[in-house]
Design a protein around this ligand. Structure first.
Ligand SMILES: [Zn+2]
Length: 392
């Protein structure tokens, strides 16, 4: 909504643009900022005064001059604030402390037991994490990403069938408990925002993020914004069917891609196929993706057969997404693309061969920019997107 004439709003907007300019182009002088964004030097001086007071920028010495006084250079100060990032996976809760440059300063991981007491666990572990912080005055907030359908405006987890969370007003619960501003967002939306604002793809407007890991999900960034759908559920890629007569899914449909390519599906099939062959990978109940990838690289037939199917189903699913959304970039995140760069390469070739040629000509498919910290960075980006991108 445009509200011209609102002086306060214009000042806030200018301050935000000036902060972003210093963040992206610093060290930079006040007059260089004014030239770069075409605003008056007085506006820059006033906004910088405020930013210095808030420690969001700092003076870092003098720049060169063409004869006059050497200008004072300004740089962004990412250590001035921090965000508490929370990643809720189906098996693991991760909590991290992240600065304004989205560097992870500290992180902890906790297993999520299947005892229906997830909310208690979250509050208890967050309290422990917060108790270790000496000073919360520089904390910009708690930013949570979680699998499933999320109403991010209201901060409600609408549907997460792995943890049995339905219509949970998580933002209000956490804000009341900790008196800190809180954000809640779908996990792949957070991961996509991190790619968009910090990853390899800054500046591109039509992006697709596909996570192939513990679960399967997708997010779309089209026309400069996240595509959320009428109920906030856009991107439930895991429940798109790739086999009309396939495996029944918890959602009521058949052949949902999640039942073929998620790590949980791969692990279940691996155990079944190993049992048939009277083989074991480990004496433990669960097999780690790393072990599967290692056996695959050694050419083990059981792993190779599963991989072949995962590649085929992933191709079918992503070709459908490319033909629907016509993205310029597809990012593949999650454990499988991270651990197996060759999977990203083979999948990219197959998707390009099988999607419409006019849509795949300039299409780039690549692994996500961030490794194991992707979730913690993604959660922080949700909050910092709001912090830096002051929008009208
Ligand atoms: Zn389903």
């Amino acid at each position: 909504m445009r509200r011209t004439g609102d002086l306060k709003l214009m000042q806030q907007l200018n301050r935000s643009i000036i902060l972003n300019t210093i963040r992206e182009s610093g060290p930079i002088s006040r007059s260089q900022v004014a030239q770069k964004i075409r605003v008056s030097p007085t506006t820059v001086t006033s906004a910088v005064g405020e930013l210095l007071e808030q420690s969001l920028v700092k003076e870092v010495g003098s720049g060169s001059s063409n004869g006059g006084r050497r200008p004072v250079m300004l740089a962004f100060n990412p250590e001035s604030r921090f965000v508490i990032s929370v990643v809720i996976d189906s098996l693991e809760l991760s909590i991290g402390k992240v600065n304004l440059a989205i560097d992870v300063k500290k992180k902890v991981h906790h297993a999520i037991p299947n005892d229906g007491r997830f909310l208690e666990l979250l509050v208890e572990k967050l309290q422990l994490f917060i108790d270790e912080e000496e000073d919360l005055k520089d904390c910009e907030g708690i930013s949570v990403i979680v699998q499933g359908i999320v109403d991010s405006e209201q901060g409600i987890i609408q549907h997460n069938n792995r943890l049995d969370l339905y219509d949970l007003p998580l933002r209000d619960i956490l804000e009341e408990r900790f008196s800190i501003k809180c954000y809640v967002e779908n996990d792949t939306n957070g991961l996509l925002l991190a790619e968009k604002y910090l990853g390899k793809l800054q500046g591109d407007s039509d992006l697709l993020y596909v996570a192939i890991g513990d679960g399967v999900g997708a997010s779309f960034f089209t026309n400069g914004a996240l595509t959320r759908g009428a109920n906030g559920g856009a991107g439930e890629f895991g429940h798109t069917s790739v086999n009309a007569n396939g495996l029944p899914c918890k959602c009521g449909n058949r052949g949902c891609i999640e039942n073929y390519i998620s790590w949980r599906a791969i692990e279940a099939r691996l155990k079944e196929d190993l049992a048939k062959e009277k083989l074991v990978y480990s004496s433990q109940d669960s097999v780690k993706p790393e072990v599967f990838c290692e056996r695959l690289r050694k050419g083990e037939p059981v792993a190779a057969a599963i991989y072949k199917d995962v590649l085929e189903y992933s191709t079918v699913g992503i070709v459908n997404l490319v033909n629907i959304y016509n993205p310029s970039f597809v990012h593949l995140g999650g454990s499988l693309p991270y651990l197996l760069p060759e999977f990203v390469k083979e999948l990219s070739e197959k998707v390009k061969q099988r999607s419409l040629s006019s849509l795949s000509n300039n299409l780039v498919i690549q692994g996500a920019s961030f490794g194991p910290d992707a979730g913690i960075k993604g959660a922080a980006t949700v909050l910092l997107h709001d912090f830096f991108e002051f929008s009208l």
